[in-house]
Design a protein around this ligand. Structure first.
Ligand SMILES: [Cu+2]
Length: 198
């Protein structure tokens, strides 16, 4: 309390606002035509309950671009509910399928990892290339290769030391652009340059 007593009132209010709201199970009202509140913050393991108060039928459905966590309440009418427990941290966007202008976000936990992954080197081989990364947070990636051939590979990376190999490449000089996006929509891009032997 000694610290608080010496602070001006505005500073005390600022501290109170900056403190994260105690996350817990949350409820979202689905009304015509919005999710209320549009964004909920929960901790991993907490449950969100959508309460459909219509009178129009709606859904709570993960956005098509959402690749980490998918869910779909199916059409629900007045008085119905849908529940989902979120274990994986991340920022998950959802919509109502018949009314895609209705948008909501479930934020689970906080993005505590500042750098999603670090590059451990690219190595061109015989008609192939291997890109090694150390992954600190699950991510989806796209790797675009440009040179004597054009290739784009996509996939998911889980935490740990990982490598991505592309085979059957014509020999020559290539450039690569690697993009990783974590569950909080944080994007990281690295560029490579390498030679492929025949
Ligand atoms: Cu709707």
């Amino acid at each position: 309390m000694a610290l608080l007593r010496t602070l001006p009132l505005a500073a005390v209010i600022g501290l109170a606002l900056a403190a994260p709201a105690a996350a817990a199970d949350q409820t979202v009202d689905v009304v015509d035509f919005e999710f209320n509140p549009p964004t909920v913050q929960i901790d991993p393991g907490d449950t969100v309950t959508w309460t459909f108060t219509g009178p129009t039928d709606h859904t709570a459905t993960s956005s098509r671009s959402e690749r980490f966590v998918r869910f779909d309440s199916d059409l629900k009418g007045p008085g119905q509910t849908y529940q989902r427990t979120f274990d994986e941290p991340g920022r998950f966007n959802y919509i109502c399928t018949p009314h895609p202008f209705m948008r909501g976000v479930v934020q689970v936990g906080a993005d505590t990892v500042s750098r999603t992954l670090s590059s451990r080197g690219v190595r061109g081989g015989r008609r192939s290339v291997k890109y090694s990364v150390r992954v600190l947070e699950d991510a989806v990636y796209t790797w675009k290769l440009r040179g004597p051939a054009r290739r784009t590979v996509k996939g998911t990376l889980r935490t740990g030391n990982r490598s991505i190999s592309v085979r059957r490449l014509p020999p020559g000089r290539y450039r690569g652009v690697f993009t990783a996006v974590d569950a909080f929509d944080k994007k990281l891009t690295t560029r490579q340059s390498f030679s492929v032997r025949g």
